[in-house]
Design a protein. Sequence first.
Length: 124
Amino acid sequence: MQIQVSQRGSIIIYTMVTMAVMLAVGVSLTGLFIGKLKRARAVQDSTIAIYAADSAAERCLYEARTGIQVTPALVMSNGATYTITLDDVTDVTADCSAIGVSGVFTIRVIGTYRGVSRALEITQ
């Protein structure tokens, strides 16, 4: 008497296990790459924010040294914004020409882009 062992359907189990392993690897790699992409985007946004702060600082220094107000006001075409404060108290974002009168000042310029802020502080 001979016993027959049927292996019918075992390929489905092997296929399901293989697919589960491939899915787990894919999900893990996706998680890693998404984190890296977010960090790369934050670095890019940080660079744009510091450039916005630098541009505003240059404009403010020009106005302070010459006494001439630059018109129209500096507008970033990429949507970045900036604020300029004198001695961490007075907001001089709109007009920096008045701060050159005293000769000694400290300005703090904050550039912001997509929620990332970078600041520069300049003392003269």
